[in-house]
Design a protein around this ligand. Sequence first.
Ligand code: C5P
Length: 222
Amino acid sequence: MSTPILTIDGPSGVGKGTVARVIAQQQGWHLLDSGAIYRAFALATDSRGVDIADESALEEIAQNLDLSFKTHLDSELVSVYLDGKDVSKILRTEQTGEIASKIASIGVVRAALLKRQQDFAVAPGLVADGRDMGTVVFENAPFKVYLTASPQERANRRLKQLRAQGHEGIISQILAEVEARDARDSSRQHSPLKPAKDALIIDTTELSLDEVIAQVSELVKA
Ligand code: C5P
């Protein structure tokens, strides 16, 4: 029997990561945060001073990315190591997300990072979150979810998260960033953000985290 896979796609700030972690924990499955791969790749290109128009240099970096994850299923923490260095903190900044979103639109980059993501599909199962998990990377996954929420709600959630981490933010600015990232991720030519045809679409705007988890959990158990 092939490895069971649950894909969770959706726009930034919708809470995919939290839902993915809880379901992985419930099922005892592995976890793939594909956004972290794009973010780490963005950091690698940035620190090497590579011009994002230089596709062959980008491809080479993507193929040789020295990246590893340490997942702590019992906490919110996932440690990410790039070239042997813990980059977990800088990985999560808006600035890194911004560079990642620009670089993720390049076809050769996506192709070079594809197998690295597919290699996460090992027994007993996988929960994969991102933008194209159900449409491209794990097109044949048996369980697919697409989470969405209004941009205003996602900006509010992001602000809450920032405050919980002891930072501040300006709601209008966060909202503008959320909308700019949505536009870029949805309109790109390669693997644009969209629900897979066979995905369960859940609008989480009015739902609590527990309600979302319950719906996803039911799908996997069905
Ligand atoms: O999900 P996260 O915010 O960490 O992703 C950062 C960026 O990486 C996204 O804005 C998106 O452009 C890109 N990404 C992608 N495909 C994925 C995951 C992330 O293009 N599967």
